[in-house]
Design a protein around this ligand. Structure first.
Ligand SMILES: Cc1cc2nc3c(=O)[nH]c(=O)nc-3n(C[C@H](O)[C@H](O)[C@H](O)COP(=O)(O)OP(=O)(O)OC[C@H]3O[C@@H](n4cnc5c(N)ncnc54)[C@H](O)[C@@H]3O)c2cc1C
Length: 297
């Protein structure tokens, strides 16, 4: 493993505990954890590894559930050198993959560009948002993306136009091994005050319906939009209720699709809770729930 990092400038830690890299605050030790210093560094690592090792990209970790048993492979965390935002013209922005969504939303507001307001409600990064086609209040990443810049397994940098990407509900069809580097976004000319109001309204709506300041991965399951009109939280309420607990893993009282690590939940606790809810919903409604949370194990 050490040979891959020999000539690299970024920071490398071997046997790194991933527990503090994600919102659930659950996770174990991975073989290597790398923060590339810059793009050149990342490209060199990618060329060194090719397809020989499993790699995991960690954004803000707001959608990740990580095993607390040992994990083989390399976790890559893009740092501040990948978080530049620049304005290309009146309505077009480019943002690095590790840019926090909220920062991009604020930048767009300051530059009087509308369409980015929903990003103020998603606690992730641009890279995670592209991978998940994240969204809320009827907006998704796909609505503002123009193109995505990414690094492939052979170390080539690609620019992929929106037209070549199939976006669907919390999913895109691009190779899961691509590392997103940045994206070009387009909004509309707006007025700062109106944008500010919209952000405020979105945040209020979010705070009313979802818990905050807790250890969670956000929505655990996707809404089964092709099987029923009911939202997943209703299905969980009808089939399970809100009082189930496995160790320190429990269902949020405020929003039953949010699962919470109350204190020191293990991966097994959270996984048991997930499987229990999935099975109960299947038994009661016949509906197969799909996980939205991404599991690393
Ligand atoms: C309190 C809370 C509220 C939430 N609300 C919403 C919401 O309203 N709407 C919504 O859609 N989601 C929501 N989420 C889920 C989550 O915030 C989003 O999915 C977010 O976009 C994930 O971004 P991230 O940077 O945290 O990605 P991570 O959780 O770190 O990773 C998610 C996936 O993206 C991949 N990834 C991350 N960066 C890159 C990269 N640079 N290149 C390639 N792959 C990458 C990871 O490998 C992983 O597969 C919420 C989560 C929490 C905790």
């Amino acid at each position: 493993m050490k040979k891959y990092f020999k000539d690299l400038e970024g920071s490398i830690s071997f046997k790194y505990n991933l527990k503090n890299t994600n919102w659930f605050n659950i996770g174990g030790v991975i073989e290597a954890y790398f923060k590339p210093k810059n793009l050149k560094d990342l490209v060199r690592l990618r060329k060194n590894i090719k397809k020989k090792e499993k790699i995991y990209i960690i954004g803000a970790g707001s959608n990740l559930l990580i095993s607390d048993k040992g994990i083989n492979g390399i976790a890559i965390k893009l740092g501040s050198n990948f978080s530049n935002i620049s304005k290309v013209n009146e309505t077009t922005l480019i943002a690095g993959a590790s840019t926090i969504d909220k920062k991009l939303s604020e930048y767009a507001m300051e530059n009087e560009i509308s369409g980015f307001e929903f990003l103020s409600c998603i606690p992730g990064t641009v890279g995670g948002g592209i991978r998940m086609n994240s969204g809320c209040f009827e907006n998704e990443f796909k609505d503002i993306i123009v193109s995505v810049q990414a690094l492939d397994e052979n170390g080539n940098i690609l620019s992929i136009p929106k037209e070549k990407i199939e976006f669907s509900y919390r999913k895109i069809n691009l190779n899961p091994n691509l590392i997103f580097l940045s994206a070009t976004f387009k909004g509309k000319k707006g007025e700062k005050n109106k944008i500010k109001k919209k952000i405020f309204t979105f945040k209020e709506m979010k705070n009313k319906s979802q818990p905050s300041k807790i250890k969670t991965g956000g929505s655990t399951f996707k809404n089964p939009i092709d099987q029923t009109d009911k939202k997943v939280w209703q299905l969980i309420d009808d089939s399970v209720g809100r009082d189930v607990k496995f160790g320190d893993a429990k269902i949020s009282k405020k929003h039953p699709n949010f699962f919470i690590n109350e204190k020191n939940a293990s991966f097994k606790d959270m996984n048991n809770l997930i499987n229990f809810v999935k099975n109960k919903v299947k038994q009661k409604t016949g509906i197969n729930l799909d996980l939205e949370v991404q599991i690393i194990k």
